[in-house]
Write a protein that binds this ligand. Structure first.
Ligand code: BGC
Length: 735
């Protein structure tokens, strides 16, 4: 449709029809088939609201989508098609590693491919919009949703947000295999006070803009069709009713002209926040802030008509929002093809096809982070292996947000080992239940927790200890339950469940060749694990092909190469913690712990147990001192920083060479170090490669005291290394 035709359509619509477009409802209002991903209080939707709603959340499957769309359009006065939106986070049916795991691959292009394949599966299943990527920066491991982020670094997050948007949307939303992306949760949702989900966010304007906004902006600049508001307050005002945030920062400054959707019931929640006295005020404030679509609160449906009729909300505001929604429907080609790519036959062909599974396996392999290895990994094929732990037979490898992933599609570790190593000498046992007895966990989907009696627990543990004794090496598969991270899964304790801790203790007491494979949606306090086990391989929630990928890596066919996108704290008392912190006036000097008046703890180190960017491989690398081609540069010049990276071990490996820069003195304090570039190099033993980074003004810019993104003259330090621990910087003068 042309813009003129869209305008004509808009002009012809009744007020009720227009407001209907701004209302999103759950699919079960039309059929029984949909997943509720938020509280389902009675929102008081009327039949008319449902008949005129502009979009639907939670429906998947070509058949369901087509039935709903057809039935709806037949009754709609202008036959305007519905938009179908769904959370396709780390995959649709073929599930990739959780986003935090994808961040560990330090390969945004890989995530672009994952997003593309997820989009293809979702599109043939009738999905038009995915609520992804989540571009929230995260620093606090207590917050369960860190699993949905790509980590603590604004530069890395920006690359990922952009790559995912590109992957979902492709060149043209109209084309087959493209779905519209929704950058969320605008803004600052990743910084809830005390790590408690939905809690207040307290960020200075500077911190918000310098660290938190860049990744959203990167997704928006790449052309994301939608943005979702955050549940939290920003500067005391709920994001969903925050005019300055939405009108000035999002629309004017960032130039976003797509559809702004509220998070689930967030408009109504402004009453609970104490920002709106009633639903009328909530509707008025949200629409004034520029929120186009009300996800599942019913406030727009109930209140907007009267507000317009009473002259409290100008109809022009409604028209503006509806035009954006119609424009999105048009960009997706829905007026001509209301089912878009929905196709039952294609669902059978594409979903979980070999190509998608292969990518899921590659992505999982690349997401694993080797945190410690004292010679246990790769496993020796001369020794008998005991695979022990609650993850031996678990299919729950997809992470909390995989609402369309099915556990039956996931191979277990036991199955994968037997499938790939036919003549292996191995034993398998669970050792203990996943969580401590009596612990009940809620997820989006039904999942029964089996109660294991104390005697049975004892028997399981004894069996595991005997297995460990009888074998030369143990792979201990431990971690959080799938439901322990994700939305509404904040946790004040960040250790593995106590029963698993006991299993670790008992197994490590009888075997000194233990490799722990850790499944987790968040950084954990793993001091005990790192102390007791000889190797620790972080597997995150690796997805459909996660177990097969693990066997690839445990067997040594592939060397792990992941790097932490979020620091692993020493303990929970250290969070929020991140590598790119500001220096203080009294910096802690490592080794000088007795120096009293320093910024330090009395009882723990300042540094996380494993810092951002850290990760080992099966080989070792040396990095030569940083060489700069000059000791000064000006605004228009390019400075080259280089190192020689050498594989000093005995097998092939991939290293992620990382560039960090520090602005030594500036009008606003700058972080001790900031990631500004990275490069993955694969080298054979003894092979070396010169790695060069080009530093331009862009890498030196920040939000100065003038409130502008600009560079300032002065000294800069350049670090290049294999993690954010990189030291021995080279220095240059920027004039
Ligand atoms: C979450 C969003 C999600 C939405 C729809 C909310 O509870 O915060 O991230 O997209 O539900 O499922």
């Amino acid at each position: 449709m042309t813009v003129e035709a869209l305008q004509e359509l808009l002009d012809d619509m009744s007020l009720a029809e227009k407001i209907g477009q701004m209302n999103q409802v759950i699919g079960s209002f039309y059929t029984g088939e949909s997943v509720a991903t938020g509280p389902m209080a009675d929102k008081g939707f009327t039949e008319e609201n449902i008949g005129l709603a502009g979009s639907v959340i939670g429906v998947s499957g070509a058949d369901a989508e087509k039935r709903i769309q057809k039935g709806y359009m037949e009754k709609h006065p202008h036959q305007i098609p519905l938009l179908f939106m769904l959370d396709v986070i780390n995959g649709y049916r073929t599930v990739f590693p959780i986003p935090l795991g994808q961040g560990a691959a330090f390969e945004p292009e890989l995530s672009m491919r994952c997003a593309r394949m997820a989009a293809q599966e979702a599109a043939v299943s009738g999905v038009h919009v995915t609520f992804s990527p989540m571009a929230d920066l995260v620093r606090d491991a207590r917050w369960g949703r860190v699993m949905e982020s790509t980590g603590e670094d604004p530069y890395l997050n920006s690359l990922y947000a952009a790559a995912m948007v590109r992957g979902y949307q492709g060149e043209d939303l109209r084309k087959a295999g493209s779905v519209a992306a929704c950058v969320k949760h605008f803004a600052g949702y990743g910084a809830p006070d005390a790590g408690r989900d939905y809690n207040t966010v307290e960020l200075s304007e500077h911190t918000l803009r310098q660290f938190y906004l860049p990744a959203y902006e990167a997704g928006i600049q790449t052309g994301a069709a939608l943005v979702m508001t955050a549940f939290n307050t920003i500067d005391g005002i709920p994001a969903t009713g925050n005019r300055r945030l939405m009108r000035q920062i999002l629309r004017e400054e960032m130039g976003f002209d797509g559809v702004l959707i509220s998070d689930w019931a967030a408009i109504e929640e402004m009453l609970c926040h104490g920002y709106c006295a009633d639903r009328t005020q909530a509707a008025q404030r949200a629409v004034t802030a520029g929120v186009d679509v009300d996800m599942m609160s019913g406030v727009y449906a109930e209140q907007l008509t009267a507000l317009v009729q009473d002259g409290k909300v100008p109809e022009a505001l409604i028209d503006e929002a509806v035009m954006r929604i119609l424009t999105l429907k048009n960009a997706l080609g829905l007026f001509e093809a209301p089912f878009k790519d929905a196709d039952e036959e294609k669902e059978k062909q594409i979903i979980l096809c070999e190509e998608h599974r292969a990518l899921a396996r590659e992505a999982a392999r690349k997401s694993f982070v080797l945190l410690k290895n004292e010679g246990v990994l790769p496993l020796s094929d001369k020794k008998k292996t005991a695979y022990i732990g609650p993850y031996v037979d678990s299919r729950n490898l997809m992470g909390a947000w995989s609402i369309t992933g099915e556990t039956k599609d996931v191979a277990t570790l036991r199955e994968s080992v037997l499938e790939q190593c036919a003549d292996i000498d191995a034993v398998f046992c669970c050792g203990c239940p996943m969580t401590d007895s009596g612990r009940k966990l809620e997820g989006f989907l039904e999942c029964t927790d089996e109660m294991v009696s104390a005697e049975e627990q004892q028997r399981m543990m004894d069996e595991a200890v005997e297995a460990a004794k009888a074998c030369g090496q143990v792979v201990l598969l431990l971690g959080e339950d799938r439901r322990q991270s994700g939305e509404a899964a904040s946790s004040a304790g960040i250790q593995i469940p106590g029963i698993q801790q006991e299993l670790l203790d008992r197994v490590c007491a009888v075997c000194d060749q233990v490799a722990v494979v850790l499944f987790s949606g968040r950084p954990l306090d793993i001091r005990q694990i790192a102390e007791k086990a000889q190797a620790v391989l972080l597997a995150w929630m690796p997805g459909t092909e996660g177990a097969r990928a693990l066997v690839d890596v445990l067997s040594g066919r592939y060397s792990p190469s992941g790097k932490l996108p979020m620091s692993f704290p020493y303990c929970v008392g250290q969070v929020p913690v991140h590598y790119n912190e500001y220096p203080t006036g009294r910096p802690h000097v490592p080794g000088k712990d007795k120096d009293r008046f320093r910024s330090k703890y009395l009882d723990i180190p300042n540094s996380p147990l494993y810092l951002f960017g850290f990760g080992l491989t099966y080989t070792s690398f040396s990095v030569s001192p940083v060489v700069l081609d000059r000791d000064h540069m000006t605004k228009d010049e390019i400075l080259t920083a280089s190192v020689t990276v050498r594989n000093t071990g005995s097998v092939e490996g991939t290293e992620t060479v990382q560039l960090y820069i520090r602005d030594v003195a500036a009008s606003v304090v700058r972080p001790v170090k900031e990631l500004k570039g990275f490069c993955k190099v694969t080298l054979q033993p003894d092979e070396q490669q010169n790695v060069r980074f080009f530093i331009t003004e862009k890498e030196l810019c920040f939000l100065t005291e003038n409130g502008r993104w600009e560079s300032e003259p002065g000294a800069f330090e350049v670090f290049i290394g294999t993690s954010s621990l990189a030291d021995a910087p080279a220095r240059f003068e920027y004039r």
